[in-house]
Design a protein around this ligand. Structure first.
Ligand code: SF4
Length: 251
């Protein structure tokens, strides 16, 4: 039973509303993929490190962050149904640890954590369900989301990104004030991994535009209009778990 809306739901609805219907209306399971597990272990390590700094000033070493990532990986994969598709577990675990260590070495020293893993739940005018989410980190007033990616992100992408709009909107509705900004800290899984920091902001007008997007999305969900999108980036046998059924008109 759906009891809230979130950025990931809205993002899926925009990408392919048929996929949204299968997951959030019909409740079909979506097997986890290795990239998600890698991201989870990476996130957990940074969460642990910043919480330690915030709560009692403990500063984890790079070696400890590596160890936390390895432990988080073990916990993430235990008992989960994961579509490994030939991926090598040890390599992925080491990749997650390398990225977290790089972040801890290059970016974390300058971070001033004010809050870590902050849950929000807001009411949106004309939307019957609360809009909820979790902000990974508040760094000196800036909302931060940690990402892992296989390619570099551009400033254009960040300036158009609806997660930034979603979280800035939630902060604005919750506090009545515009946040000083939003930043994606992106760990790029190149041969030579790197961490990018890309900042963006939204005006009040842009946040109201996001509110209209939420209202329209809710109207679409209420109306039960779900359109398959064969042009979605993930509309392939590898990235959409419903691909075969969908191609055969069996969904
Ligand atoms: S196969 Fe394509 S159209 Fe069908 S649900 Fe998946 S992404 Fe959507």
């Amino acid at each position: 039973m759906r009891d809230h809306l979130s950025h990931s739901q809205i993002s899926m609805l925009l990408r392919c509303s048929e996929e949204y219907r299968l997951v959030y209306v019909e409740g079909r399971p979506r097997p986890l993929v290795p990239a998600i597990m890698l991201g989870q272990a990476y996130h957990k390590a940074l969460e642990f490190g910043f919480k330690a700094r915030l709560t009692d000033g403990t500063e984890l070493s790079v070696a400890e962050i590596r160890q936390v990532t390895n432990d988080a990986w073990a916990m993430a994969v235990a008992g989960e149904e994961i579509a490994w598709n030939g991926a090598k577990l040890d390599e992925l675990r080491d990749q997650a640890a390398t990225l977290a260590a790089l972040y801890w070495q290059q970016v974390a020293p300058a971070v001033k954590p004010e809050a870590v893993e902050v849950r929000f739940e807001i009411e949106v005018p004309q939307v019957d369900l609360p809009f909820v989410g979790i902000i990974d980190l508040v760094d000196d007033g800036t909302l931060v989301d940690h990402k892992t990616a296989s390619r570099s992100w551009s400033q254009t992408r960040v300036d158009k990104d609806i997660q930034a709009a979603a979280y800035l909107y939630a902060h604005w509705r919750q506090t009545g004030e515009l946040a000083s900004g939003f930043r994606f800290d992106v760990a790029v899984k190149n041969k030579k991994p790197k961490i990018l920091q890309l900042s963006t902001t939204r005006s009040e007008q842009q946040l109201l535009q996001y509110e209209r997007l939420l209202q329209a999305a809710w109207g679409q969900i209420q109306a039960g209009i779900f359109v398959p999108n064969p042009t979605a980036w993930n509309c392939t046998p590898r990235y959409c778990p419903f691909w075969r059924e969908c191609q055969e008109g069996q969904t």
